[in-house]
Design a protein around this ligand. Sequence first.
Ligand code: SF4
Length: 480
Amino acid sequence: MVMTEKAQPAPPDAGPKDRFMAAAMGQTPPTPARIGPERFLAKAGTDPGQAFGSKFTVHAGTVGRTQDGPEAQRAHEGLLASWQPGPLAIYLHLPFCRNRCLYCGFAGQNPEEGLVDAYVAAMVAEIGHLGSILPPRPGPVRTIYFGGGTPTILEPGQLARLTGALQKTFDLANDLEMTLEGRVSDLTPEKIPGFLGAGFNRFSLGVQSFSTQIRRSLGRHSDGPRAASLLAGLTRLQKAAVIIDLIYGLPGQDVPLFLRDLETACQVGVDGLDTYQLNTFPGGGLDKAVQDGRLPAPAPLAEQAAFYLEAAGYLAGRKWRRLSLSHYARDTRERNVYNPWAKSRRDCLAVGAGAGGFISGHASYRLPDVQAYLDGAQKGLFAPDYLTLPTGDESLSSLIVGQMELGFLDLRALSEQEGADPGPIAFLARNWREAGLVELKGDFLELTEAGRFWGVNLTQALVVTASESREGRAPKTGAA
Ligand code: SF4
């Protein structure tokens, strides 16, 4: 797990509820003094990469009022019991890691043997608990994601106990995507057959950079050539999709160095990759290292745009397909089912300490306290610590987030299906077109490359503006 768009821990000093909001729902945008769509105007007549002064949020979407304690527990059990069978995702959180990478806000537990066994047993019990409340053989389950932490540090047998429990309890789709997140140094010839035997058909690996100097400066253990060679060993098998995360904007990294990372990814034969923008949080390990002078400052936001645009051009030139704002596929093996599913907040069951999910429009989250999770499991208690109430904007938000992740928005559907007032949206779209962020083609708004870099800002602006226009809260200023 890294401090990127995919994994989004809150700043280290945030309280549990703040962490929940950041982890499960994304951070809320700063609230400018202005109201109405004007607060989301971009700077036109400048480099589109500098269209906004800051990122509004890490993940776009709306946030509902939260419940906690027994209220959340009762409400969650009620939601599970009344769940209408349909396509489903499952997220399992393995909060164990031996590393302390500077850019990662994850304070993971060391994977002590007895502790991990007890944790796996508790997760198996939670899977059984879900099965006892949901309708028989719930599903079809389309995607399962084992995240963390670094789940690859578990022994294959421990992971197989979990996948076996899932197989027994749920109706798994024939084309199920089952992802194991982790680090390349665990991809040893001893462990890989066990991972494959446990049923994983996709690996999502946090490489971040192939530069040994950068990896070491950030706290990664293996060097760049070893990471590349371990990856090549896995891709040569042709048994599973292999996906890597690369971060841009790291201290000491320039655009040519990042393009060399992409070149290495192409050479080792990965099936897909994510290019993540570095997020630095005040008071975090990376921020402290920069403040202490141990590391140079990371690239500011305006320079990060150059990394993004150069990477998009490089991969397009090699005929990689873009599957979402930051995710690319080299071949048809990579489908990227889980991430868009979770971002658009479709039903996703959450298992384990620190896991977040969605059920019938409610977001749930459990704090990453392993001992509290084990204590609860002993008593048969598996309630989330927090649960949101729906805002009524779930369908609208899901439409906007889901389509914008793919680089477009159907404006007619937004208006006719979701009841958004087209005026404020058209007002923003005209400004964004002048700023070089979107094009308007018939009923569709399409993102340019620079618009994709600012995709989360544009998405959040659309969700907020469409929601407010529907409720009649926003002034219709400037709207044609
Ligand atoms: S290896 Fe551990 S510390 Fe490093 S990014 Fe992954 S979860 Fe965070």
